[in-house]
Design a protein around this ligand. Structure first.
Ligand code: AMP
Length: 283
């Protein structure tokens, strides 16, 4: 069996471990996660391995990006299985701080991103979310000082927010986005897919199917407004409550009127039962 990676849970032990890793002028890649690891996360790790000589994976379920009514308490936590998967990928270090280490008493500073973080997509439905993400990712970057950081395109707006933040704050980290890993039927892998009942799981691939169909129609020159309206209806008639289904500029995330305003990204968020799923594709 592959050897378990080193695990750091306190800042002094993180610093010691990073010092050891960097001793031979290694380049370091960081892969931030909230655990409950699936093949999408593992793809990020494999990407990181190709781009840097040492790979650090953080596992931290960040309370500040959840609203009080959201699933922080029930978010899946699968530490042993996660560690075994990271051992199999020969990850060098796992950074697994407790909430009190990340947010000690009297913690009172936040990063409030704008630009892609305020384009009326996720931010409209989760107004607390990007402040929580930017603050924790900012901390992870300053704690680990990686050369590169690897994120999934699955969380497309988040990828744009983090990329902007790293540049704006001169954090010296190159942010890399990795394409979404999907189940065979097209459903984007997500730690939250375990919440789906078998019936909901059977319906869930409609999100990806609808985006693919919309992308095809747009490429064929169909009217953007009509394509988006049809897609929204398809998703709702499958049993989802739609938060948004939109075509946006792939870089700025600003609204567009036609695909000539592109490059274009289709983004969707919808709820089935109590589970909220997000996805996106390029066209
Ligand atoms: P999470 O643990 O859900 O916060 O995700 C940690 C990282 O994994 C984020 O950068 C996500 O975008 C990425 N990720 C999650 N699901 C996938 C997927 N299906 N394919 C690729 N990356 C993913």
């Amino acid at each position: 069996m592959p050897r378990s990676p080193a695990v750091a849970r306190t800042l002094p032990s993180l610093r010691r471990a990073l010092g050891d890793l960097r001793a031979r002028r290694a380049t370091v890649a960081l892969v931030p996660t909230m655990g409950a690891l699936h093949d999408g996360h593992i793809k990020l790790v494999q990407h990181a391995k190709r781009r840097a000589s040492k790979v650090v994976v953080s596992i931290f379920v960040n309370p500040t990006q959840f609203a009080p009514h959201e699933d922080f308490g029930s978010y899946p936590r699968t530490w042993k299985a996660d560690l075994a998967k990271l051992a199999a990928e020969r990850v060098d270090l796992v950074w697994n701080p407790g909430v009190g280490t990340m947010y000690p008493p009297n913690f009172a500073t936040r990063i409030l991103p704008e630009g892609p973080a305020t384009e009326n997509l996720e931010d409209r439905f989760r107004p607390h979310f990007f402040g929580g993400v930017a603050t924790v990712v900012g901390k992870l970057f300053t704690q680990c000082r990686p050369d590169i950081a690897v994120f999934g395109q699955k969380d497309y707006q988040q990828l744009k927010v983090v990329t902007r933040m790293a540049a704006d704050l001169d954090l010296g980290v190159k942010v890399i986005g990795v394409p979404t890993v999907r189940e065979r039927d097209g459903l984007a892998m997500s730690s939250r897919n375990v919440y789906l009942t078998p019936e909901q799981r059977a319906v869930a691939p409609v999100l990806h199917r609808t985006m693919k169909e919309a992308a095809k129609r747009l490429r064929n020159g169909d009217d953007l407004k009509a394509v988006i309206a049809d897609g929204g209806r398809t998703i709702e008639s499958a049993g989802f409550t739609l938060d948004y289904f939109e075509a946006r500029h792939a870089e700025t995330l600003a609204p567009i009127l036609s695909i000539q305003d592109g490059p274009v990204r289709l983004l969707v968020a919808a709820k089935i039962g109590t589970t909220r799923l997000i996805d996106n594709i390029g066209i």
